[in-house]
Design a protein around this ligand. Structure first.
Ligand code: 6R9
Length: 646
């Protein structure tokens, strides 16, 4: 990825004048009062019981934020806005794939969340039971999340594009006995059966699962319900008008689980708390996204990923904003779809991923140019590094050179944004995310943990905890400690390791370079190479596989799979197709390799380790450097040739 450019942009005066945060003194204020500075994030919420303390570090790195405090996330995202007179204010606006639209006021949201909460309770869901949600971008997805939050049942949302196997693994890992899913959804205009995927997953589980099924497709897809499967609409009717008082949860109680890929084949269940997470999501939505209750705000990420959790659902709703949900893809039915939605809804703030921006760029400026985008006040990006060219295109053709851009670096584990300029304060430098947010201890260090010189490559770490941080990995405190805290901590100085490489400049601006571990970021989706490799080696005839990320014009990175076959099998098209299918079955279509390159052997060191770096260079058509440490240097030429033929 290209390094940041030297260009600088200042936020327009008109933006600064109205910004939620515009006093540069905020950085010092947080430093001087750390950790009490975080009280101002907790103050954005309504608490049933005040917390005793801001931060308890006694069992670090198992930190506790706002211990002793009690609150309910659904109350904070809904009820309190109604109590404040906002019942007729739009909470959710939904744009469906077939141009259907739906608007839920805060009162509507209250009604449906309560009815579903009552129904879930009736079905047996108790406080602390994990409810898995496997839904596409329809209003029932955030509604189900908030219904769970209301009764103190942590949700585990599994992205709808995941396969049956991936769903089963996640349900098993979370000991989840409840599932909310749907009959199906439209994909590029065609009905796609989601329930059969869910049913297949349930067949692989050795426990009874109670399922709620949303009817998204009506007559376009008939489905039948088993004894332990319930129709969503019918459940709501049975519980029409019922209300459930929000359960006061301990600040440290789990609000949700979110599975993400790591360096081993097993996905990790990242645990987020109720108090610290919600406070941090609300605070960053206010300070970085500049959200105000009267805004219509659109984050284009799927709620199945962390970005949608923090910045489509929890942050914006905690602030009483109108949050927009879009079910479709940017180019269906045509490439103007997003801009038409921005214009029609007069969207104020738009948050998307660099992959999407690169696609818009490729399609051409004429699509946004046809629409009135002047309602936009602020733009954001997240998920991967943004190259300066894409940044400038976004600034000019979407923002009309009048909207600041926040390039926000963060992760599933961090719960909320960590590195970004504050839009009403900071100078923007295309390609560089910016300084750490106030109170955040993000640093770039060398292998031994010492600060690196500006311009040098180092590792992105955080040397202090923050309220939105994950609390542990589900059922795996050991892995939490080892993977995230042990690499850079010394004694009692706990340092969080992000897994990303970065540089820092003289002004403290951080440019994130990407993962330094075996995680590949494809279009902002995090995938573990091990997960993909194990799907590939499961195909009969495959001997070995290595998967690396190679640069891709729009997706940022694409998956390149290098595969050797065993004696039983010669590589051919059928095998290639089986490999691709196997990856789709194990993970989902979004993990499909861009190329499968057959090679008689994988390049290995003398000790037998696969040289992934070398394969990465080959995928990127980069110079190979020293290959003398290879046991089998002759394969390199063959792989290069095979890749070219592909
Ligand atoms: C929120 C989210 C996290 C990984 C992270 C990094 C990459 C995210 C970025 C960025 C450069 C940015 N990443 N934001 N890289 N600039 N602004 O995406 O969470 O799915 O867990 O991915 O995404 O590599 O480590 P998640």
């Amino acid at each position: 990825m290209a390094p940041s450019s030297d260009e600088r942009y200042e936020p327009p005066e008109s933006f600064v004048e109205q910004a939620n945060v515009s006093d540069p003194g905020i950085y010092d204020e947080f430093e001087e009062n750390w950790p009490d500075c975080w009280e101002r994030t907790a103050d954005l919420l309504d608490w049933d019981e005040q917390y005793d303390q801001v931060l308890d570090e006694s069992d670090a790195p198992f930190y506790e934020w706002f211990p002793g405090g009690r609150l309910n996330a659904s109350y904070n995202c809904i009820d309190r806005h109604i109590e404040a007179g906002q019942k007729s204010h739009a909470a959710l606006k939904w744009e469906g794939k077939r141009r259907e639209t739906r608007t839920y006021t805060y009162q509507d949201l209250y009604g449906e969340v309560n009815e579903l909460a009552a129904a879930l309770r009736d079905l047996g869901v108790e406080e602390d039971d994990v409810v898995t949600i496997y839904l596409p971008m329809i209003p029932e997805l955030p509604i189900a999340m908030l219904a769970c939050a209301r009764i103190g049942a942590p949700h585990s949302v599994v992205f709808a594009g995941f396969s049956a196997d991936a769903l089963a693994t996640r349900m098993k890992s979370a000991d989840s006995e409840y599932l909310v899913t749907c009959d199906g959804y439209y994909r590029r205009g065609n009905a796609f059966n989601q329930k059969s995927k869910a049913d297949n997953a349930l067949m692989g589980l050795d426990r009874q699962v109670t399922t709620v099924v949303v009817d998204r497709l009506g007559r376009d897809l008939d489905h039948s319900l088993d004894d332990d499967q319930y129709d969503y609409e019918e459940l709501l009717l049975t519980h029409a008008g019922t209300t459930v008082s929000p359960v006061a949860r301990d600040a440290e109680d789990m609000l949700f689980l979110m599975y993400t890929s790591g360096t081993t084949g097993q996905p990790k269940g990242v645990i987020h708390s109720t108090g610290g997470y919600l406070a941090y999501a609300a605070w960053t939505s206010r300070a970085v996204l500049d959200l105000k209750p009267e805004d219509t705000y659109w984050c284009s990420a799927d709620i199945g990923w962390i970005t949608g959790h923090s910045y489509t659902v929890y942050g914006p709703l905690a602030l009483g904003t109108t949050t927009l949900l879009y079910e479709g893809t940017p180019d269906y039915p045509d490439r103007s779809r997003l801009w038409e939605i921005v214009e029609r809804n007069a969207v104020d703030v738009f948050y998307t991923a660099p992959t999407a921006i690169r696609a818009f760029m490729k399609w051409g400026q004429e699509y946004p140019a046809d629409y009135d985008l002047s309602s936009l006040r602020l733009l954001g990006t997240v998920g991967e590094p943004i190259n300066p060219r894409a940044w400038k295109w976004y600034y000019k053709h979407i923002g009309g050179e009048d909207c600041p851009i926040v390039d926000t670096w963060w992760q599933t584990e961090t719960g909320g944004m960590m590195v970004s300029t504050l839009p009403g304060i900071g100078t923007m430098k295309p390609g560089s995310a910016g300084p750490p947010l106030p109170g955040i201890g993000a640093r770039v260090v060398s292998e031994d943990g010492a600060p690196i010189d500006p311009g040098e490559r180092g590792y992105l770490v955080a040397d202090r905890p923050w309220p939105g941080m994950f609390r542990t990995l589900y059922g795996n405190d050991g892995r939490y400690r080892e993977e995230y805290w042990e690499p850079f901590s010394e004694g009692d100085d706990w340092v969080y390791f992000s897994g990303d490489g970065a540089t820092i400049d003289y002004e403290g601006y951080i440019t994130v370079l990407g993962r330094v571990d075996d995680v590949i970021n494809v279009s902002g989706h995090r995938l573990g190479t091990m997960e993909i490799e194990s799907a590939i080696v499961g195909v009969p005839g495959v001997a070995e596989a290595a998967v690396v990320g190679g640069q891709h014009e729009t997706n940022g990175t694409a998956i390149y799979a290098y595969v050797s076959t065993d004696h039983s099998r010669d590589p051919d098209e059928t095998l290639r197709e089986r490999i691709v299918e196997s990856v789709e079955d194990a993970i989902g279509p979004f993990a499909r390799p861009e190329a499968v390159v057959f090679t008689p052997e994988l390049p290995k060191t003398r000790s037998g380790k696969i040289m992934r770096r070398l394969l990465e260079n080959i995928a990127n058509r980069e110079p190979l450097g020293d290959t003398s440490t290879l046991r089998n240097p002759e394969v390199v030429g063959e792989i290069e040739a095979a890749g070219r033929d592909d």
